[in-house]
Every structure is written in C-alpha cells, then in structure tokens.
Write a protein that binds this ligand. Sequence first.
Ligand code: PMT
Length: 409
Amino acid sequence: MSHQGIFGGKRIVLGVTGGIAAYKAATVCSRLVQAGALVDVVMTEAAQKFISQLTFQALTHRPIYTDMFHIPGGENIPHIVLADSADLLLIAPATANTIGKVANGLADNLLSAIALATPAPKLMAPAMETDMWRHPATQRNVATLKGWGIEFIGPAAGRLASGAMGEGRLVEPDEIVAAAQMILARQGDLAGRTVVVTAGGTREAIDPVRFVSNHSSGKMGYAVAEAARDRGAQVTLITLANLPAPFGMAVVRVDSAQEMLDAVLTATDQATALIMAAAVADFRPLTVAEQKIKKRGDTEGLVLELVRNPDILAEVAARKATGTGPEITVGFAAETHDLLANAQEKLKRKRLDLIVANDVTATDAGFAVDTNRVTLLGTDGSIEETPLMTKREVAETILDRVARFLMDS
Ligand code: PMT
C-alpha cells in the first residue's frame, strides 16, 4: 500500500469540456497533482475556447490531449493508451453535449472515445444552464449513464453564468476531488469495513472556565482516520481536537472521557474496528464548580480532588465478551518509561488485539509533532518497531496490521 495517500501514483484522466466552469477544472487538476496523482488532461475543442492548454500543461507538466489523431509523444493511439491506463475517468465540467455523446455511445472526439473505451470507474460533474439540465433528453442521458454505473456529483444550485439562479452550477473543486477520492478508495483493503477512531485528549472540567487535559493534538488519530477512509473504510472519528473536520467521514465532537465513552459505545455497536489514539484522562475532578473558582483572601493553594474516569477500552472489551462490539480493538500506549513492559501489560489488561507503544519523551515523536516512532505489540507476541515516520505512515502501518487481521479472521 502506498504511503502517499489515495492519489499517490494513481492515473486520472481529467476530461474538460466546453463550459464557462472549465476554469474551475484547473483547480481540480492542481489539487489532484498536489495529492500525487498522474493527471492526463483531455480537452474538447469547445473547452479550449474557455481555457488554454497551457494552463493544464503548467499544472501537470505533462502533454495535454486534444485530438484523437495527434500523438504528442509519438506513443500509441492516445485514446487506447489513456483508456487502458486510467484508474479513474473524471469529466469536470461535463456539458449536456458530452453527457449526451457518452450516453449514446458516440465517439467523435478523443474524450468521448476514451469514455467508451475505458474500463475505469467514471465520475462526471455536470455544469450547464438549468433548462438544459432539466431537459428530458439530459435527464434521460444521465439516467442511462447512472444505470451503467457512471457516477455523478452535482450539479449544485446557485448563480449560473447567465446571471440566473438555479440548478446547474459545477460543484466546488474540493467536492469533486473528495468524490474522486471516495471512488478510488473503494478499491482499498478496508472497503466495506466500519472503523471507529478516537483522537485528541479529553477535557475534564474544573469549573466553567477551566479544565484538566493533556498535550494530545489529535494529529495521530486524524492520520489513522484519514488513512482508513482512503483504504475504503466507512469512518467515524470521535474527537475533541481543534483540527478541521476531514471530509468523507462522520465526525463526532466530544469533550470529556464520559462523553467519549458514550460516543465510542454507540459507534462501535456495528463496527469492524476500534482504534483508540485518544489520550483519555484517567482522572477527572470529583466535582465541577458551578461558578468560576475565585482566589480567596490569602489562601496559598487549591486542592483538587480527582476521581477515576471510566476506562473506555475496558468497557468495549466487556461488551465484546457478550458478543457485541468491534472485531478488532487497537489501543495506544503513551509511555515515559519502561515502554514495552507497560505496553505489554496494557495489551493484556485492556484485552486488545494490538497495541501501539509510543515513547512520548522523544521530541520528534508522540504529542503534537507530525512524526512518530512506535512499536506494535500483538497478542501473538509479535513486536514490530517502526523507524521515525510521518504520522500518516505510522497510520498505514497500523492499518496494514488491521487489514491482515481481518483477512485472517
Ligand atoms: O494527538 P497527538 O498529538 O498526535 O499525539 C498522539 C498520542 C501521543 C496521543 C498517541 O500516539 C497516543 O499515544 N495515544 C494514547 C495516549 C494514552 O492515553 O495512552 P494510555 O497509555 O494512557 O492509554 C492506553 C490506551 O487506553 C489508549 O488507547 C487510550 O485511548 C485508552 N484509554 C485510556 C484511558 C481511559 N480512561 N480509557 C481508555 O480507553
């Protein structure tokens, strides 16, 4: 599995057709290239009236294809080469004309020929005036294409090129990229699996303005959630981290350990895997003051009484013993000393299938940084140490183990 993310090394044929929204295809193209995809842009004649080949050439550093009979690199016939090598054919914007051609099996330009020839999954993002979109011919063509498994994103409603308001706008480039990502992810080794991931620390209230927490930024958990999504899993991310919600997953915001426990139990009822990267507070203040605690007179200090929080993994294990809950449970162990012995003990006590031991004293691993170095301990006695890697790469290593476990079980 590539550690570059879902687009790494994937070949995407980006078909650009002739509508005013063609300029937005440049943003789609740029996002895909930045994400590591090899993007071959195919432009129709009409598209070139709206945006130049040069724009896409500068973004992709690759030849742009416009003509069925022009062979830029002297290689094979372009529509066959592109059709055979594509992992995805994305047409954005897709005009009523191109939709009509593909739905009727016409192959009178390079793009429609590729659409007919390629076995790759196909995604179309229509853009046109409302009346054209609503026309029975367009609707019939779209229904035909959907019937063949071609997917559509949009159109959105809003202001159109004519100035009118209505349905027919190209959806935003980020949404198009997200939809492409979802389609590619279906080929991943966690396709059809449900994965619940926790991220960040928890906050245990002292009074309305203060809380007890820890240094967890949520980066490790988010990396696991995103990697699982990109391998095809349906992901629920339970978090209180102050990071933007990743697209393509359910995000449940929580605060305290108790809230995280409730969210985890609900989400794992039907889940395949639970991966607890969150740094859950073991203790919380016995009472939460209703009003802000004030300094009083000359008192020097404040004694805060803490009580134990529920152990989320222990509760999940208890449920598993009754036959409900995830098939595989992965915990993390954040340690400052005796890394392996402590992790080993947690693996057993929390009845986990795998534990990821994390030395949080290192400056380049553990809390808040973008890299990590971990040791994976399995119930079979296996010990796998990773070198220093990005958190995304650590996430992929963990998910390799999860995928293998699911394959064997
Ligand atoms: O978020 P980042 O800044 O990227 O940092 C990542 C990380 C260091 C937080 C992460 O890699 C990590 O090590 N997470 C686990 C932190 C932790 O709480 O470890 P622990 O040894 O205290 O707990 C062991 C396991 O039990 C953990 O999976 C934890 O989620 C779980 N736990 C802990 C307490 C509790 N009450 N209930 C639990 O389920």
